[in-house]
Ligand binder design. Structure first.
Ligand code: SAH
Ligand code: SF4
Length: 396
């Protein structure tokens, strides 16, 4: 274990030249209802009609999954032409898709500037979870996480975040057929979202919030806030804001029961320690047994997996409605840790369970395609030669 990991790595932050789409046109994907209204008025939509137009366009984009203004048949032809002149409907592009033996799908998605993020779809019997990314790379340096070793970092736009959901729905062919509503054909294939891909979502708060508002809007993708879970490494000042402004469920990358160990595993702990983090979680609005906090705990052999750790963990979280998600460490090339033995993980789970907490062991999914937690790091970024090359590719 590295003794002194910096909180933030020496990153190269890439500026964004958005929300403009091609040819200086504004991309409609990712605009909130308010922003969409303003954009339509700016483009010449009479104010009196703006609300209705927002509703119509919103439904085309987010309920029907339409990508051409020409297909928006309840709008007059000249108005469709005006929209096409001023706006685009741009999504990130799927570069490749891998399907694991267990059905997990991993998409490599290209965003503006040529950068790439990974998105993972995990099917289960009566539901399906999409794990989406909020940043290219991550500025934090958790020592067990592959994403944290990627030096290139850029915040995704709201359009690029909600765009990941839309691309997955394309691939799953899950936009409603005319005359039907979402979910009319049985349980949704894409029913849950976890912000557990690349990046620290609370370091890109505004874009994550806008994207989740779009995903939750009842006239469109219509995912309930209780089916969205945001995972943070512990950006304490943003935690309450997340409940107030997004209202989704919260997961926290806890991973250790003493500050000494957590400082090494999750270096942001040096900024906000375990006590400060737990206080923020205790006050998380709406906290109840039905809306518990998920504590993620990666099982690292001989690092954080003893019986004493398990007992300290339950003591620390006393009074917080919680479930403990035990994540067997997923290895990646050059990783400085090993996965705890299975008996150890089970014993740890047992202690936590006996103390009254649900303690599921997260079955690694999609390991054969490097799609499991913490393994995400786009191949192109791995393969790139140098930072100078990265800067050049990004047009800096
Ligand atoms: N940045 C956010 C969200 C993304 S990480 C966060 O850290 O919470 C999603 C989860 O996978 C986190 O709990 C993270 O700590 C965990 N994780 C990272 N690398 C892992 C690995 N190699 N094996 C297992 N879990 C890992
Ligand atoms: Fe970033 Fe989360 Fe990985 Fe830590 S675990 S480096 S916060 S993505």
């Amino acid at each position: 274990m590295t003794a002194e990991t910096p909180i933030t790595q020496d990153v190269l932050t890439i500026p964004r030249k958005l929300p403009e789409g091609e040819g200086g046109k504004v991309n409609l994907i990712g605009l909130t209802r308010t922003a969409l209204r303003e954009a339509l008025i700016e483009a010449g939509t009479p104010e009196k009609q703006a609300k209705m137009r927002v509703n119509q366009i919103w439904q085309w984009l987010y309920h029907w999954g339409v990508r051409e203004f020409e297909a928006m048949t309840n709008l007059a032809k000249p108005y469709r032409a005006l929209l096409a002149e001023k706006f685009t409907i741009d999504l990130p592009e799927i570069v490749s898709k891998q399907v694991s033996a267990d059905g997990t799908r991993k998409y490599l998605v290209r965003i503006a500037g040529g950068h790439e993020v990974e998105v993972v779809y995990i099917p289960e019997t009566d539901r399906g979870t999409l794990c989406i990314s909020s940043q290219v790379g991550c500025t934090l340096t958790c020592s067990f996480c592959h994403t944290g070793t990627q030096k290139l970092v850029r915040n995704l736009t709201a359009g690029e975040i909600v765009g990941q959901i839309m691309l997955a729905r394309d691939d799953l062919d899950e936009w409603p057929a005319p005359g039907t509503g979402t979910g009319d054909n049985g349980p949704r294939l894409l029913s849950n979202i976890v912000l557990m891909g690349m990046g620290e979502p609370l370091y890109n708060f505004d874009n994550v919030r806008d994207a989740m508002k779009i995903a939750m809007d009842g006239e469109g993708i219509a995912l309930s806030r209780r089916r969205i879970t945001l995972s943070t490494s512990g950006v304490v000042p943003e935690i309450a804001k997340c409940a107030e402004e997004i209202g989704c469920l919260m997961a926290v990358s806890f991973h250790a029961t003493t500050d000494e160990v957590r400082n090494k595993l999750v270096p942001i702990n040096k900024r906000w320690n375990i006590e400060q983090l737990l206080n923020a979680l205790r006050e998380y609005p709406r906290l109840s047994n039905s809306e518990r906090i998920t504590f993620e705990y990666v099982m690292l052999k001989d690092v954080n997996d003893t019986d004493a750790d398990a007992r300290r963990l339950v003591k620390l979280i006393q009074g917080i409605p919680a479930k403990i998600n035990l994540i067997p460490f997923n290895e990646w090339p050059g990783a400085p840790y090993q996965r705890s033995d299975w008996e150890r993980i089970e014993r740890f789970a047992d202690i936590v369970h006996k103390a009254g907490y649900a303690s599921p062991i997260r079955t690694p999914r999609g390991e054969d395609i490097m799609a499991a937690c913490g393994q995400l790091k786009s191949a192109t970024e791995r393969a790139r030669k140098s930072r100078a090359q990265i800067a050049q590719d990004a047009g800096l």
